[in-house]
Design a protein around this ligand. Structure first.
Ligand code: ADP
Length: 899
């Protein structure tokens, strides 16, 4: 217990998994907490200071499963192992305690096991630093350093404090570490929570930029960091805390670290957190992958490919050249269908080598991780061949040529070694051996032969003893306590207990129905079996270490290869998507053009198709037309930087607004887009807001949230931004809301000068189109048919003349008396339009439901007698006479209905 208490005291904020034989045991409060979280039995063991010690345990072979649940439940776990064989400890004395120590802290941001991770999602550990310090320009900034220790992916950047929410949501880390001071900031803590990360405080002293520089150089094995770009002091401080925390949790074992990706906002499309949520990029509003843009566009066939796609989607680019390079690769694969199919078939066989290498580096890998590297190398080689063969006369586009080079970055020597050394399907565990191929190591072959020969010798001994004793039921058996022994039934044992046989056979044990013996020869043969098996196992462990070292020596090249495989899968997947869904290659340049023809909503389109609910109607959006003299062949539409979109609910306004934002995101991440054509001047910041979204969790009313978010847009949007506002200003009284919406449109037009789509119910706003040169009205086309409304989902120039609110309410199933009454009120209000002061007189003219005679109330009592009779008539079955009778009856019913 003293040992336990000491180790526990060193890890106060973790549950301690204390290894005892085949179990991890938990004690005291840890046991109480874990038993409750895992639903396992709480028992007790011994006493401490006079009280029972609560205890619970999990079997070692199922530890991953329990760890996963505890980590999900917000716990951190310190794994304490036995560092020696209990037999070793006994040599030091009967009371000696087995040496134990913590070998690893398991926290949400430091997972490496496939069973604890999502194959399709990155798992960043992110250190954040700053907040109050100002950069050279005087603005507060936050530096972020993120490492996925399961793959070595590493990313560093510094953003203005205002952009922190969007950045942390983009990174979506599993765990964020920060100094107490920063975590005390409620806003910072809230955004960490919204990003889905656990927040772990670390001492402020960890954020030491000099230490950061030193640790980073040591990790990357370089004397100078310039090759990776310039790091600011705050960035180095964040890196310092990150690497220190990794050291702390991995107890000195070094993870792989790929060269850092620099995340400079200047070459990124900046998307703030509310926009990410509102556009449902990676998750739907309900928090699931299903229904998100990511789910709609993911055609990748590997985990690493899916992770790369998600990273590209959450961090689209801004530089036209970089975007074009990605589009070239997708276009090439889209055109070369055969090559794409072959590549995808090959990629399907490629294991997740980044995660395998990382486990090996942390000494947590097994034979299957070695095999994963072998498989990855083989897939890479075949993909390179396919790419070269598919290059054709024009050659590969730069992006794919680069991928082909990276795929070849790792020598064939390593692969040959792994092929020679490993059996085809190695076991999961390293411990029991049995993974090295025959003929790889002569020494191992010899030890195995000896072991197997000795087993044969043992079989031969059995028949020899059978002959010698004449006891037909004599058997040579084995158990863990006695080792090998000879067993005969008790009734037959007598001759063996007396001379001459007793000279050879020594009595060992008498059981209920059997007697057990041994012989010097048996003991000696057993010794040879055990020794050769031990030796074979030891040699296999050496081979493992040798292979792991060979892999570690190629870490850099393998990392590049893993990156290239992921990028190839991502690009081939986007090409597949483009073909399957009929997407077009967008033009992205440095202009401020925004001309989308026949645009569709990628998620709604697929949903409609899946539900067989009709085709999606494509719509144009021309905010700034591409300057070209050539006829476009498209319809004439109003070109204006800011479109005011009106139309009834359900007409498709939100869908139209969002599809243009999503097309922008897709284009700038380097994907084809759902449109006939798209020309987009690269957007620097994208904003999308939907009015009337309550944020009760954060204790703010609809209107407050709306205004805070609108303020964010007005303060940050530039003339290169794209702003999508849906129904802003509805959370307050009509005139307030209208005035605010009015002023916002003016501001966007005059000051921000951004490209914008603004959907509104305030018809009064449409007057702005006449006052501001860059504002145009468009509306969603609807047809009225016998008081019903039909949505055409087509955007056309002009403003909606009415809201059709009452017709939509009818569609929604509001009781007839209510819609009829609403129609009356509306008619009166329209008559009095603009005479607000007469509001009261108006109300006086409108008797309330209660004051009206009931007979005036249209009752929602199902079909009228006339309708019912009409429905009952089947013209095909009627004789001429019956038809005439039916006609008289209907006429009669009709007259009654009127009276
Ligand atoms: P609004 O914002 O005007 O209330 P929505 O954009 O929510 O309307 O659209 C309502 C529904 O109409 C959508 O869920 C979708 O099923 C359908 N819809 C919208 N736009 C289109 C379109 N262009 N083609 C086909 N169906 C559409």
């Amino acid at each position: 217990m003293a040992q336990f208490l000491e180790i526990k005291a060193a890890n106060p904020d973790c549950l301690l998994f204390y290894r005892m034989g085949d179990f991890y045991e938990l004690f005291f409060e840890d046991a109480v907490a874990a038993a409750q979280a895992l639903g396992i039995v709480l028992t007790k063991r011994g006493k401490h200071l006079g009280d029972d010690i609560p205890m619970c345990g999990v079997p070692v072979h199922r530890a991953d499963e329990y760890l996963q649940r505890l980590i999900k439940g917000g716990f951190r776990v310190a794994v304490c192992e036995q560092l020696e064989d209990p037999a070793e400890a006994r040599k030091r004395g009967a009371k000696a305690v087995v040496r134990r120590d913590v070998v690893r802290l398991v926290t949400p941001g430091t997972l490496t096991e496939d069973s604890l991770l999502d194959a399709k999602a990155r798992n960043y550990l992110t250190a954040i630093f700053g907040g109050q310090t100002a950069n050279a320009a005087g603005a507060a900034t936050i530096a972020l350093a993120s490492l996925d220790i399961s793959t070595g992916e590493f990313e560093v950047g510094e953003v203005p404090a205002a952009d922190f929410p969007g950045e942390i949501v983009r990174l979506a880390p599993g765990e964020v570490i920060a100094a107490d001071r920063l975590l005390a900031d409620e806003v910072v803590r809230q955004w960490i929570g919204i990003a889905g990360a656990a927040a772990t405080p670390v001492p402020g002293a960890s954020f030491d930029s000099l230490a950061g520089e030193r640790l980073l150089k040591a990790q990357l094995g370089v004397a100078d960091l310039h090759a990776f770009g310039a790091f600011s002091r705050p960035e180095l401080a964040a890196i310092g805390a990150l690497l220190k925390y990794v050291e702390l949790t991995q107890i000195g074992r070094k993870p792989c670290l790929r060269p850092p990706r620099r995340a400079a906002p200047a070459n990124r499309l900046v998307i703030d957190a509310p926009t990410r949520a509102s556009l449902e990029l990676l998750r739907s509003l309900t928090g699931e992958r299903q229904g998100s843009l990511l789910a709609a566009i993911d055609r990748t066939v590997t985990g690493p490919g899916a992770r790369e796609l998600a990273a590209r989607l959450s961090g689209p680019l801004r530089e036209a050249d970089a975007i074009a390079a990605r589009l070239d690769a997708v276009a090439f694969l889209q055109e070369n269908e055969r090559l794409r199919d072959d590549l995808r078939a090959m990629l399907r066989t490629a294991p997740d080598i980044a995660r395998a290498i990382s486990r090996l580096a942390l000494q947590r890998g097994g034979p299957r991780d070695l095999a994963a590297v072998r498989g990855g190398l083989a897939a890479a080689r075949r993909c390179t061949d396919l790419l070269h063969k598919g290059a054709g006369a024009i050659g590969l586009p730069d992006g794919l040529a680069h991928i082909a080079r990276q795929l070849g970055a790792c020598g064939g020597e390593l692969q040959n070694l792994l092929v020679r050394a490993l059996i085809d399907e190695p076991p999961h565990l390293r411990r029991d051996g049995g993974f090295v191929r025959a003929a790889f190591s002569p020494e191992l072959d010899e030890a195995r032969a000896l072991r197997d020969d000795s087993r044969k010798v043992m079989a031969a001994l059995e028949s020899k003893y059978l002959d010698q004793t004449g006891i037909k039921s004599l058997k040579v058996r084995h158990n863990n306590i006695l080792g090998f022994y000879i067993e005969v039934p008790a009734v037959a044992a007598k001759p063996m207990l007396s001379e001459p046989l007793a000279g050879t056979f020594r009595h060992r044990q008498t059981m209920a129905g059997a007697v057990r013996f041994t012989t010097p020869e048996l003991v000696e043969t057993e010794g040879r079996i055990v020794a050769s098996a031990d030796r074979a196992l030891a040699i296999e462990q050496d081979v493992f270490a040798e292979l792991a070292a060979a892999i570690a020596a190629e870490e850099r090249g393998l990392g590049e290869l893993a990156t290239a495989l992921a990028a190839l899968d991502c690009e081939a997947g986007l090409a597949e998507l483009a073909s399957e869904q009929g997407y077009a290659r967008p033009v992205v340049d440095d202009s401020t053009t925004f001309e989308i023809r026949g645009g569709r909503h990628p998620v709604v389109e697929q949903a409609l198709r899946a539900a067989k609910a009709g085709a999606f109607i494509g719509n144009d959006c021309v905010l700034v037309a591409a300057r070209s003299d050539a006829p476009t062949g498209f319809d004439e539409v109003t070109e204006a930087r800011l479109w005011l979109v009106t139309g009834p609910n359900m007409a498709g306004k939100s869908t139209f607004l969002r599809q243009n934002a999503l097309i922008t995101v897709l284009a700038q991440m380097g994907s084809f887009v759902p449109a006939k054509s798209a020309h987009i001047g690269a957007v620097d910041r994208l904003f999308s807001r939907v009015g009337a979204a309550d944020d009760l969790a954060r204790g703010r009313s609809t209107f407050m949230v709306e205004m805070v978010e609108t303020a964010g847009i007005l303060n940050q949007a530039t003339d290169r931004s794209l702003v999508i506002l849906d129904e802003i200003g509805r959370g307050t009284a009509t005139f307030d809301g209208l005035s605010i919406a009015w002023a916002v449109v003016e501001y966007l037009h005059e000051i921000s000068k951004c490209r914008a789509l603004f959907a509104t119910h305030y018809h009064e706003l449409t007057a702005l189109a006449g006052r501001l040169p860059e504002v145009a009205n468009v509306t969603m086309d609807v047809r009225e048919w016998r008081e019903e409304i039909v949505f055409l989902h087509k955007v056309k120039p002009g403003a909606a003349d009415r809201s059709y609110g009452i017709q939509v309410a009818k569609l929604a199933g509001l009781p007839k008396p209510v819609t009829a009454r609403a129609a009356e009120v509306l008619a009166l209000l329209e008559k009095q339009d603009g005479k607000a002061a007469q509001g009261e007189a108006l109300l006086d003219d409108l008797p309330l439901f209660a004051a009206r005679p009931r007979s005036h109330m249209p009752v929602d009592a199902g079909p009228s007698p006339l309708e019912a009779a009409l429905a009952a008539v089947n013209p095909d079955e009627l004789t001429p006479k019956a038809a005439l009778e039916a006609l008289y009856k209907l006429k009669d019913l009709g007259m009654k209905g009127r009276g």
